[in-house]
Design a protein. Structure first.
Length: 125
């Protein structure tokens, strides 16, 4: 009998969801947030339960500086035997770690939240 993978949300993931909700409400796109919640509940979590390795391995990215090598080494020590993976969902990037039959959703960001606010930065100075 196959063991079903369990998917857990971390506190950080829940904070990210709140941030996305605020971001989308300010953009007058509340319906997009409702769609995201439906996608998480009815697509992402069931997919990860059935295919826990479906996301791309985050650690397979090439390290091109000593700073990145050091950060990756520290991250691997924190993860222990966990495997960090990324799942792309429409306009969102989800990071998760897999430990055998358990997955922890670590973070989620809307692609527009991954950019810099140059106008906001300069107007604050």
């Amino acid at each position: 009998m196959t063991t079903k993978t369990i998917v857990n949300l971390t506190a950080n993931f829940e904070r990210n969801l709140e941030s996305i909700e605020t971001f989308l409400v300010e953009a007058e796109a509340q319906r997009a947030y409702d769609t995201l919640l439906d996608d998480l509940l009815f697509t992402v979590i069931p997919n990860l339960e059935r295919f826990p390795d479906m996301g791309r391995s985050f650690m397979n990215r090439p390290a091109r500086s000593i700073e990145v090598i050091n950060a990756v080494t520290a991250l691997q020590a924190k993860l222990r035997n966990g495997e960090l993976r990324e799942y792309l969902l429409a306009e969102y990037l989800i990071l998760y770690v897999r430990y055998d039959e358990t997955i922890y959703l670590l973070s989620i960001k809307h692609h527009r939240q991954l950019s810099f606010d140059f106008i906001g930065h300069w107007s604050a100075n």
